[in-house]
Design a protein around this ligand. Structure first.
Ligand code: HEC
Ligand code: HEC
Length: 353
C-alpha cells in the first residue's frame, strides 16, 4: 500500500512536470517555429535541377567580381556559418564594408535582406544591391549606406561579359531558363543565386527538436535559458522561424549601448526610409546558428556571445543579467545551431578567350 502510494505520488509529480513542459512548449510554439526540413519554394522562381546547379556555380564564382577575387562564398563562407569570421569584411580592393557580414543561412526566411532591410528578397539583394554598379545605386537609393560599395564592385555589363566568355555558362543559362531568347541577363543571375540560397537552411537544431516534441533535445540549462529568453522579453523581438529577421527595432531602446557598438554615423534603417522613427533601427538579426557567426552586431564589435547577450539585456530591456542567467541564455542560444548544409563544390568551367 505504502509502495503504491509512493509510486503514484511520483507518477503524479512526473505527470505534473510533463504537463508543465507541454504547457511551456505550447507557449513557445506561439512564439517560434521550427526550420522546415526542405527548402521553401520561391515566388515566380520555380526550382529545376539546372537552375539550382547554375545558382550554386554563380555563388562560388569569383569571375562575377571586378578583379576575379570575390565570390559570394568569400564573405558568406559555408564552412563558417555563412559569414567570414572577421570584423567588417574586406571587400573590393580590401575596402572595409560598412557593416558586419550577415549569414546567408536561413536568410530566405527573413522579411527583408541587410541590416537595414533595403533589399526586399534574395533576388533583389543580388540584382539591385550586391553586384550592381555602385554609383548608379548611390543615385537611385541615396545615402552613403544605401549600398555596400565594397561588395563586388563590378558593373552589370562587366559581369555579363565575363560569363559570356565561358561557353559552358552560355549553355547553362539556356538550360536553366529554357525558351528565353537571351537568358544570360542580370535578372536570371539573381533568380539562380536566390534559388540556391533558399536551399541554405539549417533544420533539426536541438531547439527545433524540442519544439516538435522531443523533451530530451534540450538539457536543463538550455530549458532554463529558453524560459529566461521568453520571460525577460528577448522574444518580443527575436521570434518566428528565424528567432529574428521578422521586424526592425532600435538598437538602444532603453539605453544607448555606446559608440563601440552603435557609432552615431550609421543611423540604420533611417538611411532607407528617412523616417525619424527609424533612426538607429536595424533589422532584428536571426539568432539561428549564432554560435557560429561571431563577431556580433552590425559593427562586429564583439566576438563574445556572453557580452552580446548582456549588451542586449541592458540596451533593449534595461536589465542587468546575473552571470548565471547569462550562462543559461547562452546555452539556449547554442541550441539554435542546426544541421549545416552539405555542399558538393561545383566545378566552374574555364573561359575560351
Ligand atoms: C565583400 C564581402 C561580400 C561579398 C563578396 C558578398 N557579400 Fe553579401 N553581405 C556582405 C555584408 C557586409 C552584408 C551586410 C551589409 C549590410 O547590411 O549593409 C551582406 C549581406 C548579405 C545578405 C543579407 C542577409 C540578411 O540576413 O539580411 C545576403 C542575402 C547576401 N549578403 C548575399 C550575398 C550574395 C548572394 C553574394 C554574391 C552575389 C554576396 N552576398 C556577396 C558582404 C559580402
Ligand atoms: C527591442 C528589440 C530587441 C530585444 C528586446 C532584444 N533584441 Fe537582440 N537584437 C535586436 C537588434 C535590433 C539587434 C541588432 C543590433 C545591431 O547590431 O544593430 C540585436 C542583436 C542581437 C544579438 C547579436 C546577433 C548578431 O548576429 O549580431 C544577439 C546575440 C541578441 N540580439 C540577443 C538578444 C537577447 C539574448 C535578448 C534578451 C536579453 C535580446 N537580444 C533582446 C533587437 C532586440
Amino acid at each position: 500500500m505504502r509502495h503504491y502510494l509512493i509510486a503514484s505520488f511520483f507518477a503524479l509529480v512526473s505527470l505534473g512536470s510533463a504537463q508543465a513542459e507541454d504547457a511551456f512548449r505550447d507557449k513557445a510554439k506561439g512564439l517560434f517555429e521550427p526550420i522546415p526540413k526542405t527548402a521553401p519554394a520561391l515566388p515566380d522562381n520555380p526550382s529545376t535541377p539546372e537552375k539550382l546547379l547554375l545558382g550554386k556555380m554563380l555563388y562560388f564564382e569569383p569571375r562575377l567580381s571586378d578583379h576575379r577575387d570575390l565570390a559570394c562564398s568569400t564573405c558568406h563562407n559555408l564552412s563558417m556559418g555563412g559569414v567570414d569570421g572577421g570584423v567588417l569584411s574586406g571587400g573590393h580592393n580590401a575596402q572595409l564594408a560598412g557593416r558586419e557580414v550577415q549569414t546567408v543561412l536561413n536568410a530566405v526566411f527573413n522579411k527583408s535582406q541587410y541590416w537595414d532591410g533595403r533589399a526586399t528578397d534574395l533576388k533583389d539583394q543580388v540584382v539591385n544591391s550586391v553586384m550592381a554598379n555602385p554609383k548608379a545605386m548611390l543615385k537611385t537609393r541615396g545615402g552613403p549606406m544605401a549600398i555596400n560599395p565594397a561588395e563586388l564592385a563590378a558593373t552589370k555589363q562587366h559581369e555579363i561579359d565575363q560569363l559570356k566568355a565561358v561557353p559552358q555558362y552560355v549553355e547553362a543559362f539556356k538550360k536553366a531558363f529554357p525558351g528565353e531568347a537571351d537568358p544570360l541577363v542580370y535578372d536570371n543571375i539573381g533568380r539562380a543565386i536566390a534559388l540556391f540560397e533558399a536551399t541554405l537552411i539549417t533544420p533539426d537544431a536541438p531547439f527545433d527538436r524540442w519544439l516538435t516534441g522531443d523533451d530530451a533535445a534540450l538539457d536543463e540549462t538550455q530549458k532554463a535559458g529558453l524560459k529566461l529568453f521568453v520571460e525577460k522579453g528577448c522574444a518580443t523581438c527575436h521570434n518566428g522561424v528565424n528567432i529574428g529577421g521578422a521586424s526592425y527595432a532600435k538598437f538602444g531602446v532603453v539605453a544607448n549601448p555606446g559608440p563601440e557598438h552603435l557609432p552615431s554615423e550609421d543611423a540604420g534603417r533611417y538611411g532607407v526610409t528617412k523616417d525619424n522613427a527609424d533612426r538607429y533601427a536595424f533589422k532584428v538579426p536571426s539568432l539561428r546558428n549564432v554560435e557560429l557567426t561571431a563577431p556580433y552586431f552590425h559593427t562586429g564589435s564583439t566576438f563574445d556571445l556572453r557580452k552580446a547577450v548582456t549588451v542586449m539585456a541592458e540596451a533593449q530591456l534595461g536589465q542587468k543579467l546575473s552571470d548565471d542567467e547569462t550562462t543559461k541564455i547562452v546555452a539556449f542560444l547554442k541550441s539554435l545551431t542546426g544541421k549545416q548544409p552539405e555542399i558538393v563544390l561545383p566545378i566552374l568551367p574555364p573561359r575560351d578567350r
